[in-house]
Ligand binder design. Structure first.
Ligand code: MG
Length: 370
């Protein structure tokens, strides 16, 4: 067999001679012969396939140590390893995107605050109500809600331990209700307090999963708001949602971590088609991960400025998957309505639409403090 010089082999494999020398030192791709006198390396044409695979994997950004494992694995195991690598890279990227979005909104908020000529924002208070309903078709209610003077939260549990998961998630956040911040207007403090509580929630779910096999493959979504002064910190993971009704307009302020939402984002599905899609309840992220991907538990954080007159709604998909947004808006806009009557109305609407899932809602009105 005619051997190729390092230059010929490099050209054929689309690698540089320098890279080939490094791969030789690492044992990733050894030349078949090294000339004792000149030190020249020679490669066999049979090695081209491995060399091309190395080159492609490098282009993918895979570290050399992992490339060695992939090259030595069977084709099926190699394909699986590449899938896992890309999924992990995507998760890291999406986490960075979320953080970047948050930093942009945080800095824009500071810019506005610094340029505002009005005096310090007036103190605000909230009036809120929560309700949870089993719906008409489920045997258990795995949704949990909480509405206090500073904390509002909804969670939709899944899996055999779904009830416990959603209760655990909300229970870990409840100490925030009596939290005293060193500087109540510090957005950093507010977010750190919320993020510490969410980490505690995730840790207690993990403990449960490890200690109790019955509980394994269970988790929960979480959408929660923590108030301080005129600001609110929002945390969100999964497909529970937060909406803001301001000046008659209804805005969804969370983005579902679901298969159908990612298909809508990619232009592969319209929101109308998502309504009846068979995979509409499949989550891409939740506390406790998802059944096929246990490490997908990164929540999103954001900060919002509250105004007197705002009305917030937090709810599970038991409402939003069956009641059109126009009907939700109408219920929220009902003249003279109070949070207690609105949550009851929303639950009735979901049940009138068949009540296929558990329903949970929290409605909060922002008012100037008396
Ligand atoms: Mg649900």
């Amino acid at each position: 067999m005619t051997l190729l010089t390092i230059g010929e082999f490099a050209r054929a494999a689309r690698l540089t001679p320098k890279a080939l020398r490094l791969y030789d030192q690492l044992g990733l791709l050894k030349p078949v012969r090294v000339d004792a006198a000149s030190g020249y390396r020679y490669y066999s044409p049979d090695q081209l396939e491995r060399a091309r695979l190395v080159a492609w994997l490098r282009r993918l950004g895979m570290p050399l140590a992992r490339i060695a494992d992939v090259c030595d694995a069977s084709p099926a195991a190699a394909a699986e390893a590449i899938t896992a690598f890309v999924a992990a890279e995507e998760a890291v990227f999406s986490e960075r995107q979320g953080l970047a979005r948050f930093l942009i909104s945080y800095l824009s908020g500071r810019e506005n605050a610094m340029s505002a000529s009005s005096p310090a924002s007036p103190a605000l208070a909230i009036r809120c109500a929560a309700a949870s309903d089993i719906g008409r078709q489920r045997e258990r209610n795995q949704d949990t809600a909480y509405a206090g003077t500073r904390l509002l939260a909804v969670a939709d549990g899944w899996g055999p331990g779904g009830e416990v998961a959603s209760e655990t998630a909300i229970g870990a956040l409840q100490p925030l209700e009596s939290l005293s911040l060193e500087s109540p207007e510090s957005t950093g403090d507010l977010l750190n307090a919320l993020s510490d509580a969410v980490s505690a929630a995730a840790a207690s779910l993990r403990e449960r999963t490890e200690a109790d096999p019955e509980f394994a493959a269970s988790g929960s979504t979480l959408t929660a708001m923590l108030w301080s002064g005129s600001q609110l910190a929002l945390v969100h993971i999964g497909d529970t949602r937060a909406y803001l009704l301001r000046d008659g307009g209804l805005f969804q302020i969370t983005h579902d971590h679901s298969v159908t939402q990612s298909m809508i984002d990619a232009g592969k599905l319209t929101p109308e088609e998502a309504w009846s899609h068979p995979q509409r309840s499949l989550l891409l992220r939740s506390l406790g991960g998802t059944p096929d991907r246990p490490d997908t538990g990164t929540p999103e954080y954001s900060l919002h400025d509250a105004q007197a007159g705002d009305r917030y709604l937090l709810s599970s998909d038991g409402l939003t998957a069956v009641v059109p947004v126009a009907a939700i808006r109408e219920a929220l806009c009902e003249p003279g309505s109070v949070p207690e009557s609105v949550v009851r109305r929303l639950i009735s609407l979901a049940n009138e639409a068949g009540g296929p899932d558990n329903i949970v809602c929290v409605v909060a009105d922002v008012m100037a403090a008396a």
